[in-house]
Design a protein around this ligand. Sequence first.
Ligand code: B3K
Ligand code: ZN
Length: 880
Amino acid sequence: MRTNQPQTIYLSEYKVPAYLVDHVDLRFELFEDGARVHSTLSVRRNPESAEAGAPLFLHGDSLKLESVALNGSVLAAGDFEDRGDALIVPSVPEQFELQVVTWIEPQNNTRLEGLYKSSGMFCTQCEAEGFRCITFYPDRPDVMARFRTRIEADKGAYPVLLSNGNSVAQGELENGRHFVTWEDPFPKPAYLFALVAGDLVEKKNTFTTCSGRNIDLRMYVEPRNAQKCDFAMDALKRSMRWDEDVYGREYDLDIFMIVAVDDFNMGAMENKGLNIFNSSCVLASQDTATDATFQRIEAIVAHEYFHNWSGNRVTCRDWFQLSLKEGFTVFRDSQFSADMGSPTVKRIEDVTLLRTAQFAEDAGPMAHPVRPASYMEISNFYTLTIYEKGAEVVRMIHNLLGDELFRKGSDLYFERHDGQAVTTDDFVKAMEDASGRDLSQFRLWYEQAGTPVVSVEDDYDADKGVYGLTIRQNIPDTPGQTGKKPQHIPFAMGLLDSKGQPLPLNISAGEQDGPLERVLELTEAEHRFEFHGLAERPVPSLLRDFSAPVRVQYPWSREQLLFLMSHDPDGFNRWDAGQRLAVDVIQSLVGTPEQAEVEPRLADAYRKLLNDASLDQALVAKMLLLPSEAYLVELAEQADVPAIHAARERVLKHLAQELKDDLLACYQRNREQGDYQLGPDAIARRSLCNTALGWLMSIDDERARELALEQFRSADNMTDRLGALRALVNSGFAADREQALESFYQRFSDDPQVVELWFSVQASSGQAGQLPHILQLLEHPAFDWKNPNKVRSVVGVFAGQNLAAFHNPDGSGYQFLAGQVCRLDDSNPQIASRLVTPLTRWRKFAPAYSSQMKAALEGIRDKDNLSRDLYEVVHKSLAG
Ligand code: B3K
Ligand code: ZN
């Protein structure tokens, strides 16, 4: 083994900090060849710590220590130890001031953690453990301090100097330099610290809070992006109002700032009063952003803003509690998005992500509970399980308690823990205390990994008029966890008669007029429920609105699915019935000869959807999207991706062929007339048109080609332009594809966000995205290895979305990915560790594939100087 094994950190070994920091005074001297950071910490012994007389331990990473002083006296070399990853001062008084001066090199920081440069500006990313790359500090979230930050830099190059809180002083310095001092009145963990210095334009707005305070809202962007701020600013105001209305949460500082930076490892960061965003998650205009981008921006702006309470005012005790802030905040942003648009559509989108990607994570080598018990590198735990499953867990509490008690619980949580660093258990306790409900078994959702399988059997006794459901739950083993206990599962359901009417759910012989929907609470490994007074065998509608993050097994017949697709009063379940039917049809064709018949009722059902104008068009737009290859792979036992791809393509082409005229009519009917709108109806219409176009182009339909070319030329918005480009790129019209790609690039080559879309359309295309072309994209002048968005839009999209090309039977896709991951590991380990994910799922695939995927992983394992990030993921994936 070439790398030393990184240490594992355990939740069970948590200890309160030995020292607390009350105040931090920072002075940054920013230069082109580095930055000097002067830090003065006011430290005192923690009265709650058992470790009396413990040495002072401060984390550090990649720092050059210039000096240390204690209460003003410079410490001699023997009075402290600079270990590289820590600064240790063995003997300190009860209370003292520690002054530390460090030198760092932001201009050479390619990891994008700590202080670094992005397109000429200085910016920071400190969560989870980036602050230790700036100065020596007890870098753990349960150490909360008040920060005062003075930034000094050249005034010409960096006219804007920002940090958390309020600006309290500014002035000129010698040599054309200037300074600004910021003070944040709220104690915070170091991971919420932020600094920005650059030549940025300021966009201003204001918001009046529910108590009448005026908040100064500001966005800072590079001058070329000045026209792309309005949507995010409005989304911010909507979020602020919504958090007051729905959660009673008012903003607390007088100023709230958002900065857009191009080089960023993830979407955005909720630093107190100074949110920093990946440009692609905040900048938008009609010409450059798709509907999906607008929706994503709205959700992320809201998410980061909501963190001000769920995350900043009440933060995490340690990183095992990450879902305390992330799960809750994702739940809050999904409620917000549901309120801003269509709740059913939002639910469908969330569940699609959960079932495709989180279920896969839960079934893979990195499976972990919502509250993990151990980790090597915390950056690896910003996962779909922490975020999305964490949000589902909060959603279940909401469903069990109902709106009112849930709100009472969240009020109690915020009030009880304001200014504290707490645990997921404290959250559940507040919910229990406010509602009087016992959530002790429910807590297993936080402790046990894996997706519960809920299998349902039914029976009907015509003589008695009784319908029975036998429901069993089972939670599969995951690495390090076997023999799991049953969990508390809220299972929403209803029954329909043969005309599609909902039936009253009478659970005893005497009951009449029972409710039309019930939430069954599953707590045992097996339950039996009986429903009385039923004159015919009903059709069950199970797990309505996806009331729990589980896999439901029930032997649906195709008749039942077709019936539910058009009759289930639960919009989510209508969509889900359609998905299950399409999955069943595609699965039954995998590995069959080309001429095998495609279930004709599928086309009939889709024809009905296309032609019934009385249906909710937003829901129809979702129902027409076939299950993705990634989802089909997730459902497969030993996936043969090229075979799955071929079966899905056959179904798609069959539908396009059968429904040609209906698709054209749907296209024509929905083609936008008049001004561009961004409401749910207009979005649904564009989605319908682009789906219809994509289907027709998959069979190289000549009329569709003309429509696509026309739409591409005349589009007044990016959704339509990109929809047409995608249809052309995925068609067999090779000359049109080349021309369209070229003209699109010429038009938008100055706009990095659009160039990222341009890369990803190609990288995801079964037609255009074969490996030789991917290699060409990496040589394109607009590609940049140092920019995570570019890497994701080519390498990430190829391996994650272009499955048939990635799983080329010759193994070239795997070798390619392994090579890129190794290359990135030296510059940006967080990105490398994310990008390797598709290979870690090697056990999921048919032997011819899995053996080659494993070999590629072993190649990565043997690389020199593997980062801790990649070490953990690769070793865990190969283990067992
Ligand atoms: N809290 C940040 C994520 C930080 C990721 C650090 N590797 C963004 C968010 O979830 O809001
Ligand atoms: Zn978050």
